[in-house]
Design a binder for this molecule. Structure first.
Ligand SMILES: NC(=O)c1ccc[n+]([C@@H]2O[C@H](COP(=O)([O-])OP(=O)(O)OC[C@H]3O[C@@H](n4cnc5c(N)ncnc54)[C@H](OP(=O)(O)O)[C@@H]3O)[C@@H](O)[C@H]2O)c1
Length: 288
């Protein structure tokens, strides 16, 4: 059966929002959702879209899932460390199945980023796409505002916001903004193969600004306390985060201190045809 669109990672937070964005303009019969867990199918089927089943680790299942697909959104895997291999399998299967176009969710300024943990696998995937012969575009997504906002209730509890981003400015946007951008690229006139979109929020803030806003919203004094990268990683581990996640978050903050989460590129708001969601709104929702 042919499908104009297929979105991978559709059981995830970004993927679900992309499906919703596609449904605003496209017929449900033209939309497919790829999940790896059968139990993730029902909520997507309830939206009227076609669910296909395959893990990024399963080449044959991927090839079958991509049968008849015109335009594929490859949402990067959440399994840091296995992603480059998994994405290569997706790309090979897309090629074997004759997919017409692939958009891939990468990271802001992937090839020039001061972050040291996350960008490597995205660069490998971007290079694999370039070598594949597939028509493709890269959506270099900036930081989700939700990443910081979800830590706000804990900061209120602790009486301080801890981080290692120094004075670095963060031009994040809400997940829904990145989701709408992906849908816009997928449904629009296809960009020239190899086009790279650097996607960031219209506004930016430092973690000092973020803490001040937490204080303003809650009426409680929540100062920002800047730690060294290693002290911050240690604090996150002590708080119960798995080592790998703690190291990744501390490295990302350290990258932010060097401008790695900032961009004044306004491509994101142009793609979605509206300003990006104000970070203060996302923070307010997280504290509600
Ligand atoms: N820009 C940012 O700030 C930021 C922040 C966090 C993550 N990311 C990246 O952006 C992606 C999307 O973000 P998100 O918030 O939607 O993450 P998420 O909610 O964790 O969703 C990840 C999705 O990837 C799927 N997935 C993971 N491993 C897979 C595999 N082996 N085979 C098939 N599917 C697999 C998950 O399926 P299950 O539901 O079965 O687990 C889920 O649907 C993440 O995966 C990560 O690469 C970006």
């Amino acid at each position: 059966m042919s499908l104009k669109y297929l979105v991978t990672g559709a059981s995830g937070q970004l993927g679900a929002l992309v499906i919703d964005a596609l449904l605003k303009t496209e017929a449900p019969e033209s939309i497919g959702a790829l999940v790896r867990r059968p139990e993730a199918a029902a909520p997507l089927e309830a939206k009227g879209v076609t669910v296909r089943l395959a893990s990024y680790d399963a080449p044959e299942a991927l090839k079958a899932a991509f049968d008849g697909v015109e335009r594929l959104l490859l949402i990067s895997s959440s399994e840091v460390g296995s992603r480059a291999t998994q994405h290569q399998k997706v790309i090979d299967a897309a090629r074997a199945a004759g997919v017409g176009f692939v958009a891939y969710t990468s990271i802001l300024e992937a090839k020039a980023s001061p972050l040291t943990i996350l960008p490597g696998e995205h660069v490998e995937t971007e290079d694999a796409l370039a070598a594949s012969g597939l028509a493709y575009a890269v959506l270099r997504n900036g930081w989700y505002t939700e990443n910081y906002a979800m830590g706000a209730p804990t900061a209120v509890q602790l009486g301080a916001l801890y981080g290692a981003a120094g004075e670095g400015r963060i031009a994040s946007a809400a997940r829904v903004d990145f989701a709408e951008a992906a849908a816009a690229v997928l449904t629009g006139e296809l960009p020239a193969s190899g086009t790279v979109f650097e996607l960031a929020g219209d506004d930016s803030y430092t973690l000092d600004d973020f803490a001040a806003q937490i204080s303003a919203i809650t009426g409680k004094e929540v100062p920002y306390v800047n730690l060294s990268q290693s002290d911050y990683a240690g604090a996150l581990k002590q708080a119960g985060l798995p080592d790998g996640l703690a190291e990744m978050l501390a490295d990302s903050d350290n990258g932010a201190s060097q401008g790695g989460l900032f961009s004044d590129d306004k491509t994101l708001s142009k793609l979605i045809g509206r300003p990006t969601t104000p970070w203060r709104d996302t923070l307010k929702a997280a504290l509600a």
